[in-house]
Design a protein around this ligand. Structure first.
Ligand SMILES: *Cc1c(COP(=O)(O)O)cnc(C)c1O
Length: 382
């Protein structure tokens, strides 16, 4: 008997529930794929709000991106784009990371890359392991692709426990730093997990690695089962252009390409491929942009602590914070009344936490002023 918990697909449970409640369903609904989709943070439109809810970068992309934008060639838009790995973007990324182009896969944001990686690498009957508190897309993809999975509890300090990932499994995926906690696992522990799982693919989602963490990228030379995924959305200020990439052993990348070209060969569009190059080329701007976020994050730690918040040390462009007295939901709603958006999940274990994206210094000052009013006499508790 297998000791593994078999995850029942949430959508099927939902279907059962509505059947019990006697909600009428159409016949065709019996045989379609049903899924509970990922819920992104709100994108309030057309209002002048302070948006600290989706970990977007508050600063513009590198100046070269704007220059390149006006140079885009309309005639190129008539044509299908080149395969991403044959483009200047692949060259720029390979050069930046000092890897070969065949160690690189480029996709439409890292969500696209991760989704393809789930489809490609998680084909075992054994459950895929990931943390119970983590990027909320993982269980959505697992459900969608009918991948069995098992979540592993974080410890009381929101840390991943490498020893939990030692049992037989069908693959491992985790973000480092983790989302939405911001907690960074040290490289030795990351390697420990990879080392213990040589017979499956281990995906390390490094969406936030540029804000002070150390990438495990060099380990791709040592471990052919390691896939490192990164994105232009956070540290390169280009969430709207949808550029993500994965790095790994050429054989691993080859399998990813096979699935990708079987599904939809042309994905990244011509503009994204051109503009992405400029963001990678401007190393100085990139460093400066990340440094600004890290500095503001340090200021935010001080300010939030003064206001009565507690939080784990974050290595992302956000802080995952809980107030000692005032409930997260109340703060979340009152901030929204003040046109300040942060992220709150109505989910057991984290429902007294807010994930606050690091904005500009000015945006953060406005946040502290609002929090001062909301948490008021409950501040300065220490
Ligand atoms: C933001 C994020 C992503 C996805 O980023 P894309 O915009 O799709 O590149 C992936 N993983 C984690 C943990 C993230 O926070």
């Amino acid at each position: 008997m297998s000791a593994w918990r078999t995850i029942r697909y949430r959508a099927e449970q939902e279907a059962e529930r509505s059947a019990k409640k006697g909600i009428e369903r159409m016949k065709w609904e019996d045989n379609i794929r049903k899924i509970t989709p990922y819920t992104p943070g709100e994108q309030p439109n057309g209002r002048n709000v302070i948006k600290l809810n989706t970990n977007e970068n508050p600063y513009p992309p590198a100046p070269g991106v704007a220059d390149q934008l006006v140079m885009l060639n309309l005639d190129q838009m008539r044509l299908y784009p080149a395969f991403p790995e044959q483009t200047k973007l692949a060259e720029a990324l390979a050069k930046h990371y000092q890897i070969q182009k065949d160690q690189l896969f480029i996709g439409v944001g890292s969500d696209d890359v991760l989704s393809l990686a789930f489809m490609t690498f998680f084909q075992s009957k054994r459950p895929v392991f990931f943390p119970d508190i983590t990027y909320s897309f993982y269980d959505v993809w697992a459900d969608l692709y009918r991948i069995p999975y098992e979540t592993k509890a974080l410890d009381e300090n929101f840390c991943i426990r490498p020893e939990d990932y030692r049992q037989p499994n069908g693959g491992v995926v985790f973000p480092n730093p983790n989302a939405p906690t911001g907690v960074l696992m040290d490289l030795r522990q990351v390697e420990e997990i990879i080392e213990a799982n040589r017979d499956v693919v281990v995906i390390v989602d490094e969406a936030y690695i540029d804000f002070g963490g150390i990438s495990c990228l060099p380990l791709i030379r040592k471990y052919d089962n390691l896939l490192v995924v990164q994105t232009f959305s956070k540290s390169r200020s280009m969430a709207g252009m949808r550029i993500g990439y994965a790095m790994g052993n050429p054989k691993l990348i080859g399998y990813l390409n096979d699935v990708k070209y079987a599904v939809n060969s042309y994905t990244l569009n011509y503009a994204a491929l051109q503009l992405g190059v400029e963001a990678v080329k401007d190393e100085a701007y990139f460093r400066e942009n990340c440094d600004k976020i890290v500095t503001t994050r340090r200021h935010a730690e001080e300010a939030l602590r003064r206001l009565g918040f507690v939080f784990p040390k974050s290595y992302g462009n956000f802080i995952f914070a809980s107030h000692k007295v005032v409930e997260a939901r109340e703060i979340f709603e009152k901030l929204k009344e003040n046109d300040i958006y942060v992220r709150w999940w109505n989910k057991k274990g984290i429902d007294n936490y807010l994930r606050i994206t690091i904005g500009t210094e000015e945006q953060m000052e406005a946040l502290y002023r609002a929090l001062e009013k909301i948490c008021g006499q409950n501040s300065n508790l220490r």
